[in-house]
Design a protein around this ligand. Structure first.
Ligand code: 2NE
Length: 260
């Protein structure tokens, strides 16, 4: 029985599914959502009956659109350096000793795209849309969101993603290596299940050793992320950053240049 409010947790036949359940906010996360995600990941991660974790969002509009801008007032509404323990959430995905699959069913934007980046595997519907929006809304995710992304898609592409804030189709995300496969929306669950069953047939310990060895190469990014969040908390107190949040909430174009 799930005791969560912002997420849904279900573990069945070796697969734990964690669903961000805030469709009215396009599955954006607030402080409480991050805390619940961390708790659920730990539940699944250390449950021996679970061999694979699926992370997704409720509905077809969004996988996750990152930080909840309506819970942002010079910082978010939860705990941690910026009021959103996002760097802890990202590290928890990486630290879990089993594969975490992003099931991407719509927008994976901002911190949602970073979650896709941090997941071990990503399977998307052909309607999914990816991208970073930080510099458009007065934010940036300066750790796994930037440095790991460049490992995943390459330096030039990662810089393009952050410096232009464009949106990318599922096919484009596949071409750049951000995701593993794309399927028609009505085949998403069957495809995710197929990948889960293949993983469940393999040695869990061998997979967990492989996961940790993949992580070893990029774990130093965690330190960059901590430092980055300290800088981000200072940035959030500026007029320039506040303009980004206000403009999003007021559905208008931001004017950053006059505020820097
Ligand atoms: C996702 C996107 C591109 C969708 O655009 P569109 O035009 O299709 O829909 P719209 O009208 O913008 O959004 C639909 C509803 O969802 C809410 C909107 O406010 C709107 O609500 P209503 O007006 O219908 O009531 N919504 C969407 N995203 C939300 C969000 N993140 N927080 C609160 N409400 C949200 C477009 O909506 C978009 O670009 N969203 C902005 C995403 C954003 O700013 N994310 C935060 C980035 S910063 C971050 O994630 C982060 C991090 O990664 C690390 C540290 C700190 C922060």
């Amino acid at each position: 029985m799930s005791t969560f409010s912002d997420i849904i947790y279900e573990a069945k036949d070796g697969v734990a599914t964690i669903t961000i359940n805030r469709p009215e906010k396009y599955n954006a996360f607030r402080g409480k959502t991050c805390d619940e995600l961390i708790e659920a990941l730990n539940l699944a991660g250390w449950d021996k009956s679970v061999g694979v974790i699926v992370l997704t969002g409720t509905g077809t509009k969004a996988f996750c659109t990152g930080g909840d801008q309506s819970a942002h007032d010079g910082g978010y509404d939860g705990r941690g350096i910026i009021g959103l323990p996002v760097e802890e959430l990202q590290s928890t995905i990486r630290d879990m000793p089993k594969p975490v699959i992003a099931r991407v069913n719509g927008y994976a934007i901002g911190g949602g795209n970073v979650l896709v980046t941090c997941c071990d595997l990503a399977i998307a519907s052909d309607t999914a849309i990816f991208g970073q929006v930080g510099p458009k809304v007065g934010s940036v995710d300066p750790g796994f969101g930037t440095a790991l992304l460049s490992r995943v898609v390459g330096e030039k592409r990662a810089r393009e993603i952050w410096f232009l804030c464009r949106k990318y189709s599922a096919q484009e995300a596949l071409n750049m290596g951000l995701i593993n496969t794309v399927v028609p929306a009505d085949q998403l669950d069957a495809e995710v299940d197929k990948w889960c069953q293949e993983i469940l047939a393999l040695s869990p310990t061998a997979i967990s050793i492989a996961k940790r060895s993949f992580n070893a190469d990029t774990d130093s990014i965690k330190g960059i992320g901590g430092l980055g969040m300290q800088a981000l908390s200072l940035y959030y107190s500026t007029e320039e950053a506040k303009e980004g949040v206000q403009a999003f909430l007021e559905k208008r174009k931001p004017d950053f240049r006059s505020k820097q």
